[in-house]
Design a binder for this molecule. Sequence first.
Ligand code: ZN
Length: 194
Amino acid sequence: MSEDLLDLFKGREALLEGHFLLSSGLHSARYLQCALVLQDPGLATRLGAELAIELSSLLEAERPTAVVAPALGGVLMAHEVARALGCRGLFTERQDGAMTLRRGFSLAQDEPVVVVEDVITTGKSTREVLDAVRARGGRVLAVGSLVDRSGGQLALGVPHRSLLTLEVPTWAAAGCPLCAQGSQPIKPGSRPPA
Ligand SMILES: [Zn+2]
């Protein structure tokens, strides 16, 4: 799947090359714009189903009854993975800086949940979603993402599967070779730098 998915990103011009400021605050020469892939509803449904299969193989017998993702980037993934699993698709949002479930979304005590993302780079926002789910009584079974940009180096404390694992170098601003060459990073994501 990984090679096919990378080709798919390239084919949809969703693998951007340049100088980017990521939502994590790090700089990178590559950026995956998942929205350009997920704008195709049929493709989004197919990718959600593939991620659901990956997660199901991890979970064995236990079935999640909700899928939770961070808005905005994860909303479509939560929706499509939930469609495939036959359960609810919820999303978290920031309220006064803290990731939380709004809009009347609720979880039952000890409810089995999977958390999904479009792209995971540092895992920071994913960990915030895990905390938000647990704070509302949910029990996180696993994490799934379309893309893992960490090269598989994430430590989330729960099992994790991605459809595409990429090792993409990232740098703090002070150590960024592109900044050293005098260029300015552009911000393709949604969260302002901390
Ligand atoms: Zn830079």
